[in-house]
Structures are given as C-alpha cells and as structure tokens.
Design a protein around this ligand. Sequence first.
Ligand SMILES: [Zn+2]
Length: 200
Amino acid sequence: MSSSVYLDQLIEALQVQPGIGPRSAARIAYALLDRRRAEGLQLAAVLKDALQHIELCPCCRNYSDGGECAICRNVKRRSSGLLCVVETPADVQAVESAGTYFGRYFVLHGHLSPIDGIGAAELGLDKLAEILASGEITELILATNPTVEGEATASYIAALARKQQVKLSKIASGVPFGGNLESVDEQTLAASLEQRRPFA
Ligand SMILES: [Zn+2]
C-alpha cells in the first residue's frame, strides 16, 4: 500500500526518460524529498520554462528561444556559404565543441525511416530544399551518422543539392560505422570536418 498519492505520481512521472525504470525513479524521488527539495523546485521551474519556451529555429530547426537562433543570425556564418546537415541538436553541439566549423547548420531531428513513418516532410526537407534554392549556399556538408539510415538520408539530401548545383561534401572517416557524431571526441570530429571530401 502506498503512503502518498503525490509520491506515486512523482515516481511515475520521473519515468519519462527511456532507461529510467520504477526503481531508478523511486531513488530520484526519495533523494529529492530527503535532501534536495530546493533543488527539485528549481529543476521543476527550469524544466517548465524550457519546455514552454524552447522552439525550433525556423531557419535551421535547431532549438532556439523563439525566432531565428543565434547561429543563424550570425552574419559571418551566414556569409560563409557553408551548410552542415546533422541528425540532432546534440550533433550541432558536438561540431561546435570541435571549434573548427564556422558555417550554418540544418538539423533533421532524425533520419529517413519509412517503417516509423519518418519521411522527407518530418525531416523538414522542404525547408532544406528552399534554403538550397536561395543561392546562399555554396557547399553542403553531409554529417549524418554513419549508419545505414544515416547514409540513405545523406543520399536523398545529396540529390536535392545536385538539383540546385550546390557543391557537396561528406565528413571524412573517423566516425565509426554504426556510431554517431555525438559520441566522437572533439579532435576526431574536427579532423573529419577538415578532411571532408567531395560526395559523389
Ligand atoms: Zn537556426
């Protein structure tokens, strides 16, 4: 028998993240109640703000505080003519941490996966086609993950770029097949961006 309905609700709600089961959720709930009530309230406030206010940048689909993100607004990055296509916002963060790329991004939020109903529309590829048609982009860098789905998505996007005669490149090896950008160390990622090669 449960001692508190609120406690049951908290443990249930904490299981929002895959990998956190009932036991881990209960441990977190007890830690918050025993010693960390102030931090828990702070977390609740920050979480609410983040979930209510973070939107997708209309230009690159990375997370922004509403409207165009800081990267898209940056004049130097805009005028670079470079556009790097990645699967997730975490990948943008990984490339930014590598510190050698100063162009713009386009975030797919996934990869083509017909079985899961994820097609061109879900990845925002109509918007990407619009950007490619604008004439602002001189080189499109494919930095999808080296997985079967990531490679298939890259080929699809390559066809869009060819239609607009935009130069295509792909990050060099260094990212292991089946892996993702996010898990690669900064030096390796910086090197694979610098040594990117034309995509045929
Ligand atoms: Zn943006």
